[in-house]
Ligand binder design. Sequence first.
Ligand code: MG
Length: 159
Amino acid sequence: MEFRIGQGYDVHAVAPGLPMWLGGVRVPSQTGFVAHSDGDVAIHALCDALLGALALGDIGHLFPDTDERWKGVDSKELLAAVLSLPEYAGWRVVNADITIALQTPKLAPHIAAMRQTLAEVMGIGPERVSVKATTTEHLGFVGRGEGCEVWAIVLIERK
Ligand code: MG
């Protein structure tokens, strides 16, 4: 048996009047994320973790924000594209663990939908996908409501 582990990290700025996509789910909010894509910072961190596990670079390298193809793209498509890379053909995801730091809104009501959505895209059961959310107690740029920070870790195994 061969395993690989990968970690990913991403930050997006928060701004009023933008849609908030997080973990593949539309979260009702007065604010959203500034981005070239739909701004789903959780999926971006997850993609980087998956890419990192096989040392395939990062999401910015694969889907450059200078490329019009990725303008406003649903990040679930980016996640599916990462798992469709030829290098991923021999691998399956064992589990993923994601931590989202966001001051507001509260994410608890959306966690189950995020786990279900991400699991479906990755072709695994939701019991293998953990999504956790925390505020930063009003500290730092997250706490001031200026940004959202996400860390993701994945384990993959050779089929
Ligand atoms: Mg990003």
